[in-house]
Design a protein around this ligand. Structure first.
Ligand code: IPD
Length: 270
């Protein structure tokens, strides 16, 4: 397919900035919670941001589909689909922690129900940081080309971890967390998956691991990381809706996997 990549990127950036402005306007206001569970919150503003993004994207690309954290839009059989997290880091945002972002990917349908991400946009309105990538090109932060780090030693690495939203993922991740803490320079738990991925792409972090992330959390920033020379390793979990992920600078996966495997084995045998 002959994709108008620059036009699509331009449109995704406009949508991300519009949603970012809405987030900033509501930064200090009390947040209306639509739904909450033990480890998660969904805001009315999540829905409003997604509607705004939908309007911008589907006005320019009316035949495309959209898969968002807040629902579907457009013709779902379309060869193009936008994957949108209107507010990634919702719990941070709700509690007034200024670390949250808008994430927008454009995917092209391949054979056998597979998709390939061709455009990634992540926007942090609090720091006014905008990451972009078009498959095959460089990754950029506010227009400047970025690269993942070259650190190969776990002892020098800053590793981000996410605990996802379920008891099961907590039980699986805590032993890995305990095993990593003494082995790495620092562990970070930031609460916005897309931003942790773009931080790896920017060389701020060396890796980011999580046992159960959703496609909208990782599609855009995963491409940005790959375009920055990093490795976006992710595998679907049973059910196909969530992914196990070991994103890294391309030099640390084997070491991280070894620590994770032995941590889980120790728990099973204790
Ligand atoms: C969540 C955040 C969190 C990560 C979860 C995500 P949301 O996204 O990115 O850091 O650990 O897996 O689902 O709900 O804030 O959009």
């Amino acid at each position: 397919m002959n994709l108008p990549c620059q036009r699509a990127l331009h449109c995704a950036v406009a949508a991300a900035r519009a949603a970012g402005r809405l987030m900033l306007r509501h930064r200090a206001a009390p947040k209306k919670i639509n739904l909450q569970s033990r480890y998660d919150i969904k805001l009315e503003l999540d829905v409003r941001c997604q509607k705004l993004i939908e309007k911008t994207l589907l006005r320019s690309f009316p035949d495309s589909a959209l898969l968002g954290e807040e629902g579907l839009a457009g013709p779902q059989e379309s060869p193009l689909r936008w994957v949108v997290d209107p507010i990634d880091g919702t719990v941070n945002f709700t509690y007034g922690v200024p670390h949250a972002c808008v994430s927008i990917a454009l995917q092209e349908r391949l054979d056998a129900g597979q998709f390939s991400t061709v455009i990634g946009v992540v926007y942090d309105p609090f720091c006014n940081e905008l990451w972009t990538a078009i498959r095959g090109g460089p990754a950029r932060l506010n227009g400047k080309v970025i690269h993942a780090s070259r650190r190969k030693k776990l002892a020098e690495a800053v590793v981000a971890i996410g605990f996802s939203k379920t008891r099961q993922s907590l039980n699986e991740s805590l032993p890995v967390f305990n095993a990593l803490v003494p082995r790495v320079r620092k562990i970070r738990m930031m609460g916005a998956a897309a931003l942790s991925l773009t931080y790896v792409a920017s060389g701020r972090f060396d890796a980011y691991i999580e046992a159960g992330v959703s496609l909208w959390d990782i599609a855009a920033a995963g491409l940005i990381l790959e375009c920055a020379g990093g490795e976006f390793w992710h595998r679907p979990l049973p059910g196909g809706r969530q992914y196990r992920m070991i994103a890294n600078n391309g030099l640390l996966r084997a070491k991280l996997e070894r620590v994770a495997r032995s941590a889980r084995k120790n728990v099973l045998s204790s």
